[in-house]
Design a protein around this ligand. Structure first.
Ligand code: GLY
Ligand code: MN
Ligand code: MN
Length: 532
């Protein structure tokens, strides 16, 4: 195509080459060498600022914004007089200048109410109020402030130069005005953050101490660490311990969901049901085809993008011998006739709350007697888990109830050779060969929510109304397990439901997703018919 290059093109190129950074150009700057950018001409820069219609829609407060003050108040009461720093984090690099989709840090999302991809680089700061102020006397401990990059809109050069924030590249962003309207939290330019972080920090009486959510953004953690080091807190281990207390509190605070959170999880479960429907509709066509696990994954993931933000975790589509592999996420296998198909999938809605559901299907639509026997055992185990889950019981109670049924069945089938009680004892546990994972976990913004809570607050704590969790026993018979009768090898069954604890016992919030044997068969037949 060189014949179409004109003298003007040559002049442009010559000018670019004259400015080329050469061999000393740092490696991290080189990702842009593939582009001749239109930034050299003043005329272009002026031209780009003109001729735009900048009318904008009114921004409504997020539904979550009504729930944020109570969450912040609880956090503030735990750490009075301290500055709390909660970064949203920054995008993770996939390669060069290509990032993974941004998901804000979970604590940031919880304390701002922001979901989707709001807002890379933002930092929530809870500033302690002056203890002598009228606000403090009225019970207020902190003022929340959100530091955020201003919009790189078409009045700025960054509009078309900055591929991270420039709205020519990434579309309209939420800046100071927008995030304030969405969250109800006061916003400031991120450029003011360094001064705001360091203000009044010190170890002396009346000065401000600081804690940061460390896992969110290593650069912000380092910045906070520098401020602390320079202001009387030189011991990194002590600082880290203080930060860990913040992380633990924030994780534990999410154990009891407010009504907004419960509503969002219900939405996630409903969308997930639609995803399973879509899988079952495609299933008859997929059976026997190469990479048919991926075909089904694609169906679910499509619904996750249509109805939600994305999937809450990588979708597991595990047919036949893949089903006993607990985290089979490669999904490259064939869904074969006669097999059982284990699907563990959850849709995360825009607020970032997720569902976590597993169903196991007979690929051909009808359970064989052997498949029924194994499936019903897992269902019975799950039922025992439901019955153990009542206000005042502990997570461990659910675990023990599920495990007792599993151990008994394995013993009845002659697989577990030791006595059931011996196996259930701490010195035994032989049945765990076929169910090594946990059978319940908190669910919310993260699929394994509240993961930084203490063991005692998790396993040992009483289940209280407002907690949302899974119950998910299974049986996993690996293809090469010689202790299993040959006809059972290569079968894996998990049944996983999402539960809200209420004053009256567990509410089965995923009850619209069939799981009884007859209901599963009917559901599969209905969906297969829906395709025709
Ligand atoms: N999908 C992850 C889990 O069930 O815990
Ligand atoms: Mn789970
Ligand atoms: Mn799961």
């Amino acid at each position: 195509m060189s014949e179409v290059i004109t003298a003007n093109d040559k002049e442009y190129e010559a000018q670019e080459m004259a400015q080329a950074p050469g061999a000393d150009q740092p490696m991290e700057d080189r990702t842009n060498n593939r582009t001749l950018r239109p930034t050299t001409s003043k005329k272009f820069a002026e031209f780009m600022k003109t001729g735009w219609d900048n009318q904008e829609p009114e921004i409504e407060p997020l539904e979550s914004s009504k729930f944020i003050p109570a969450r912040l108040e609880a956090l503030g009461k735990r750490f009075p007089g301290e500055r709390i720093v909660i970064p949203a984090g920054t995008p993770k690099v996939r390669n060069n200048d290509d990032d993974y989709a941004f998901r804000p840090n979970t604590e940031f999302s919880y304390y701002t109410g922001l979901g989707q991809d709001y807002e890379a680089g933002a930092v929530l700061v809870l500033n302690p109020v002056d203890p002598e102020s009228p606000e403090a006397k009225a019970g207020k401990t902190h003022t929340p402030e959100l530091f955020v990059a201003p919009r790189a809109d078409n009045s700025t050069e960054a509009y078309y130069v900055d591929a991270h924030y420039g709205e020519y590249w990434v579309g309209p962003r939420a800046g100071l005005k927008e995030l304030n309207a969405m969250t109800g939290i006061a916003t400031h330019d991120i450029a003011q953050l360094p001064d705001a972080l360091g203000k009044d920090v010190g170890a002396e009486a009346g000065a401000v101490r600081m804690r940061v959510v460390r896992l969110a953004d290593p650069e912000m953690t380092a910045e906070v660490e520098n401020v602390r080091e320079a202001n009387g807190f030189p011991d990194p281990a002590t600082n880290e311990k203080a930060d860990d207390e913040l992380q633990e509190f924030a994780s534990t605070a999410r154990m009891v969901k407010d009504s907004y959170e419960v509503g969002e999880i219900r939405k996630a479960v409903a969308a997930t049901k639609d995803g399973f429907d879509r899988i079952l509709t495609r299933l008859p066509e997929a059976v026997g085809k190469p990479r048919s696990e991926r075909m089904l994954e694609g169906e679910f993931n499509a619904v996750s993008r249509e109805e939600g933000n994305t999937v809450g975790y990588d979708t597991i589509i595990a047919s036949g011998e893949h089903a006993p592999i607990l985290h089979w996420m490669r999904n490259t296998g064939v869904v074969g006739h006669g097999e059982m198909l284990l699907i563990d999938a959850g849709i995360e809605v825009d607020s970032l709350y997720t569902a976590d559901i597993t169903r196991t299907f007979p690929v051909d639509g009808k359970f064989t007697p052997l498949q029924k026997k194994i499936y019903q055992a897992v269902l019975d185990s799950q039922q025992a888990g439901f019955e153990a889950a009542k206000p005042g019981a502990t997570y461990s109670d659910i675990h023990h109830a599920c495990m007792r049924v599993i151990a008994q069945k394995l013993h009845d089938w002659g697989i577990l050779k030791v006595d059931v009680e011996e196996s259930l004892s701490p010195q035994g546990q032989q049945h765990r060969r076929w169910l090594a994972c946990g059978v319940a976990h908190h669910l919310g913004l993260d699929v394994h929510d509240c993961a930084q809570a203490r063991y005692e607050s998790y396993q040992g704590a009483k289940i209280t109304p407002g907690m949302v969790f899974t119950i998910e026993p299974g049986l996993y018979f690996a293809k090469n397990d010689l202790l299993i009768p040959p006809e059972m090898r290569g079968i894996g069954v998990r049944i996983e439901d999402d539960v809200l604890m209420t004053e009256n016992g567990p509410e089965w919030i995923s009850k619209d997703i069939p799981k009884q044997i007859d209901d599963v068969e009917k559901w599969m037949a209905q969906r297969a018919a829906a395709r025709k």
